[in-house]
Write a protein that binds this ligand. Structure first.
Ligand SMILES: *[C@@H]1O[C@H](CO)[C@@H](O)[C@H](O)[C@H]1NC(C)=O
Ligand SMILES: *[C@@H]1O[C@H](CO)[C@@H](O)[C@H](O)[C@H]1NC(C)=O
Ligand SMILES: *[C@@H]1O[C@H](CO)[C@@H](O)[C@H](O)[C@H]1NC(C)=O
Ligand SMILES: *[C@@H]1O[C@H](CO)[C@@H](O)[C@H](O)[C@H]1NC(C)=O
Ligand SMILES: *[C@@H]1O[C@H](CO)[C@@H](O)[C@H](O)[C@H]1NC(C)=O
Ligand SMILES: *[C@@H]1O[C@H](CO)[C@@H](O)[C@H](O)[C@H]1NC(C)=O
Length: 929
């Protein structure tokens, strides 16, 4: 129940004996009661860290918040105040020199009392708060703590109503459910988003402590470690021949003994010490002690993202010592040596000579190498962060790795990632593009708001900077490409003022804090951006943004693309050409198995209120809990896409029909993303020199129609499998110009050395009969590093003259010899892809005669009588797993062995007998799934 951490006895024995040592009481180990002034009958056990909804659910005051329409039924919770009261804290020392309350996160508006006396009020979910309560404790007999949470929606409204408060023209601030999120520093999607519910939770959502210290003692509340190449600068490519600088800065509470210094030690996994000593040039100011050391180039192994080399990590121990060399505090951080650079510099002559279009770069470089970023956008994996455990994230990140992804964009407007998430990413080699929590809105810039945001930014930048997986900082989501143009359009005369406010927050306030704390990480004010125009380092804030200062024929920045007109599938002329695609997508339904977790059997059909109202795209735009108008737009987009492109299910059994429809929306989603990823990857070989594709979105935070590729419990949608396939290092893809039927086939590779590839094209009809269509495609090609080679350029009308296109299919195979980056082992890389000239909705599908068998841990699927499109191995509820491959095509007579990885199983392995297989052909059948 009581955890004592004695920080004062490490290191050399002290000559001075102190009467007591530092004591840290973890407030997660004491008893708490949750009550509400609005509901005198509620008094339930509370937890730290937790949130009100979770504690009410544990006490059975409410049911599962994610069930059915509970989102709407539970609105009374965020409209009320909630108080967490601890039992008397008898174990506190009365003779401590100082006593502090430390909260690593309070969500969000609190009034804190200690020993019955008011301590403070807080108003930022993302800050760490610490209060000296020594004086209060000195005159207190029965120490107890209470934290009273005010209603975030009510306070957001009240903040908006403050005279002089900024407002914006209608349409600039994207409104989901609760209004006025932009006035408060709370997770923005807590007020609703188009992929999630609006619970507006409250609670002590991060660990909290009471720290008691003797005199001349410190408690470390946060630590910055910045590792960079000598002379490195956030905006320019680092010189990889330089030594490393390790800069460390410890934020402490208490009083530092005079003559304090910091000793450091870098050790490896075996515990052997690589380097140790005292940090040079130590300075102390404002509760921080800072110093640095140099680590020679070559003395440490580099950290690489997955697929590029090892994830070498080291332990760094920092000992804060006094002038007798006694350790007064110890900090351990796991670190890695790498440079990660977001390159927005002007395109150089040598790049122009290679065919790169003029303009500016926009890509990432790891340890001095440009690479192709493959991944997706991460959203908060649960509406309630205290439910997000390390083991849950590990399961999710396993799927990221298995899905051939190396980068996640951690979307702003959720919450800053917990340390354990960066730890996992460090270990697994996943780069985390990180953002400050601002999005889809412009923000006030009154002094109080800016100061509040500045504290948040400083705390978060310092907290996570030591993680080698941290790749980038962006100010906020879609501000430059969405919010600013909307103001410019709706209120052009006020645009200069709003632009100046935007710059005041994201350039003048945030940029200097980022640049002042880290030399290793690049910063940009907005996720989607045309990048910087110029830099002037004589200014505290060096960045001038480019915005629309564009030159015809030049290419700048990254892209964001949504088009809910499903007829645009495969229309490359509509996809954006840029240097990097950081968002694109289309929504789909989750599987029947996910729906069954939260929807009663009678509601399992497309038009049930429960299914409809869980579709938040487009959002209700208000607290109206029955906006069927908007929700039918979102449902309509998915069903129209299914109707346009695929045979649609019309099954006798209504649940089977629902399931088949849900699945068909997933197939469209997968097709759409695949076509865009192929387009972006080919861009690595075109003048745009496109070097990244991060689709929207990795995973779900509840069971609903969304853009996710992974459902709430970890089940993969068709998308995650198809993305895994098309994110393979070497791919072969077809590109058809939908206007004139010009047709190209390319082999694309993101390996770092060139490959020799052999290509095979085979034409079939749906029954599997080979067709005699000959092309003059190259059969052996070389593909350069991170590049593509065209193997065929023709016109389909000419090529397929006289063919029944509804019964014509092309199978493309590539097999290449090459090696992974930083490896000299030669490997074979293969990829298979299919092209169908007619939409599958009008294709002359044949029964593929699928057969499924299992031997031990391997399933075998065979198409016995025709070509099978979108073969889908399905598994029951009660288990979550990923197959090695799924959603693939099979030629007639072809069989495929498929293994799997189980993530959780409550069926005692019985699920293995309930695996089924289907393909698109099953959409044409009245019976079965
Ligand atoms: C609710 O919380 C707000 C904000 O902390 C506070 O101003 C108000 O007095 C509280 N009301 C009650 C009934 O506790
Ligand atoms: C906040 O204001 C909106 C109108 O701007 C209103 O609909 C809503 O009920 C208010 N919410 C609260 C909690 O007062
Ligand atoms: C860091 O130290 C811990 C023990 O404190 C050890 O288990 C771990 O392997 C070390 N890791 C590295 C990367 O040095
Ligand atoms: C300490 O500061 C001096 C003078 O600014 C500088 O030359 C030296 O490189 C610094 N040492 C380290 C380890 O940063
Ligand atoms: C503390 O350690 C440093 C270097 O390890 C040494 O030079 C110094 O003499 C020590 N001071 C005391 C008081 O032992
Ligand atoms: C603002 O609108 C004007 C007029 O349409 C346009 O010329 C300008 O490029 C826009 N600026 C930005 C930054 O969007």
């Amino acid at each position: 129940m009581f955890r004592r951490s004695t920080q004062a006895v490490l290191g050399t024995a002290s000559l001075v004996s102190v009467a007591y040592s530092q004591q840290v009481l973890d407030l997660g180990t004491v008893e708490w009661t949750l009550t509400s002034p609005n509901f005198s009958y509620i008094s339930v056990p509370g937890k730290v860290p937790s949130q009100v909804h979770l504690d009410l659910q544990a006490a059975q005051v409410i049911g599962d918040p994610l069930y059915a329409l509970n989102e709407f039924n539970l609105r009374w919770i965020p409209f009320s105040n909630w108080t967490y009261t601890s039992s008397p804290l008898d174990t506190l020392q009365k003779n401590a020199s100082s006593t502090w309350l430390v909260f690593n996160g309070l969500d969000t508006f609190t009034s804190i009392d200690f020993c019955g006396q008011h301590v403070a009020a807080t108003n930022n979910q993302f800050r760490q708060y610490y209060f000296d309560v020594s004086d209060i404790l000195a005159s207190c007999n029965s120490p107890g703590l209470s934290v009273n949470f005010g209603s975030a929606p009510i306070i957001a409204n009240a903040t908006r109503a403050i005279p002089g408060q900024e407002t914006w023209p209608w349409g600039v601030q994207q409104l989901y459910e609760f209004p006025n999120r932009e006035y408060i520093r709370k997770e923005q999607n807590d007020f609703g988003w188009d992929w999630g519910p609006a619970f507006a939770p409250a609670g002590i959502w991060k660990p909290a402590y009471i720290v008691q210290m003797p005199p001349q003692n410190v408690y470390v509340r946060n630590t910055l470690v910045d590792i960079y190449r000598e002379g490195q600068h956030n905006f320019f490519p680092p010189d990889q021949s330089k030594d490393w600088v390790l800069n460390a800065s410890v934020d402490y509470l208490g009083s530092l003994p005079s003559g304090a210094a910091v000793d450091y030690m870098i050790s490896d996994a075996d515990g052997s010490i690589l380097q140790s000593g005292r940090l040079s040039n130590a300075t102390t100011e404002d509760g921080m002690i800072t110093g640095s050391t140099s680590v020679p180039e070559g003395a440490v192994e580099l950290w690489w993202p997955v697929g590029y080399g090892q994830q070498q990590l080291y332990n760094l121990t920092l000992n804060v010592i006094d002038s007798w060399n006694t350790t007064v505090a110890t900090v351990k951080k796991r670190i890695g040596f790498r440079t990660i650079f977001n390159n927005q510099t002007p395109v150089l002559q040598e790049q122009l000579d290679k065919g790169v279009a003029p303009g500016n770069n926009w890509h990432f470089e790891i340890n001095g190498h440009e690479f192709y970023a493959k991944g997706s956008n991460f959203i908060p994996p649960d509406p309630f962060w205290p439910s997000v455990t390390e083991s849950r994230l590990r399961v999710l990140f396993d799927s990221v790795i298995d899905g051939n992804q190396n980068m996640l964009r951690v979307w702003s407007s959720g919450a800053y990632s917990p340390d354990f998430m960066y730890d996992l990413a460090d270990e697994m080699g996943i780069l985390l593009w990180s953002e400050f929590e601002f999005g889809c809105a412009l923000y006030p810039v009154n002094e109080e708001f800016l100061e509040n945001a500045a504290h948040e930014v400083e705390y978060q930048v310092r907290r996570v900077n030591h993680h080698p997986s941290l790749a980038y900082w962006a100010g906020g989501n879609e501000l430059e490409n969405l919010e600013l143009p909307t103001v410019n359009k709706t209120a052009p005369e006020e645009y200069p003022r709003y632009l100046a406010e935007y710059e005041k927050l994201f350039l003048d306030t945030i940029a200097p804090i980022v640049l002042g704390n880290t030399k290793s990480i690049s910063y940009s004010p907005s996720s989607t951006t045309n990048g910087w125009l110029s830099l002037d380092f004589s200014k505290v804030q060096p960045i001038t943004q480019r915005y629309k200062n564009l030159t015809e024929g030049s290419i700048y920045g990254n892209t964001d693309f949504y088009n809910y007109n499903s007829s645009q599938l495969g229309n490359f002329s509509r996809y954006p050409i840029g240097r990097f695609a950081n968002e694109f997508g289309f929504h789909s339904m989750p599987s029947l198995q996910s729906w069954q977790q939260v929807v009663a059997p009678e509601d399992l059909h497309f038009n049930s209120s429960v299914i409809m109202l869980r579709d938040h795209h487009p959002p209700a735009g208000s607290l109206n809990a029955s906006n069927f108008y908007n929700t039918s737009i979102g449902q309509g987009q998915m069903t129209m896409a299914a109707q346009e492109w695929y045979p649609v299910p019309n099954k006798t059994d209504s649940v089977a029909n629902f399931s088949a429809w849900c699945h068909t929306t997933q197939i469209f989603q997968a097709d759409f993303y695949k076509s865009q990823i192929e387009f972006y990857r080919r861009g690595s070989a075109l003048p745009e020199r496109q070097l990244g594709s991060l689709y929207w979105q990795l995973e779900d935070q509840w069971q609903a129609p969304t853009w996710a590729g992974i459902e709430y419990d970890g089940r993969w949608k068709v998308l995650h499998y198809v993305a895994k396939d098309i994110y393979s290092p070497v791919i072969i893809s077809a590109y058809r110009n939908v206007t004139n039927n010009d047709f190209e086939i390319w082999v694309i590779s993101d390996l770092w050395s060139s490959i020799s590839a052999s290509v095979n094209l085979t034409w079939y009809d749906w029954s599997g009969k080979q067709l005699n269509i000959s092309t003059d495609a190259a059969s052996n090609v070389t593909v350069g590093a991170i590049n593509g080679t065209q193997v065929l350029s023709t016109n389909l009308d000419t090529l397929l003259q006289g063919q029944d296109t509804t019964n014509t299919l092309l199978r493309m195979d590539v097999s290449a010899q090459g090696s992974l980056p930083n490896s000299n082992v030669t490997k074979t890389f293969t990829h298979t892809n299919w092209f169908h000239p007619a939409p599958l909705s009008s294709a002359n599908l044949a029964d593929p005669g699928l057969e499924l068998s299992r031997k031990d841990e391997t399933f075998t699927v065979k198409a016995t009588s025709g070509v099978a499109a979108f073969v889908w191995l399905d598994y029951p509820r009660g288990v979550v797993l990923s197959f090695d491959d799924n959603g693939f095509w099979l030629a007639a007579g072809e069989e495929k062995k498929v293994g799997y990885k189980v993530k959780s199983d409550s069926t005692d392995r019985r699920w293995r007998d309930e695996v089924t297989v289907r393909s698109l052909w099953n959409n044409t059948l009245a019976e079965g799934y």
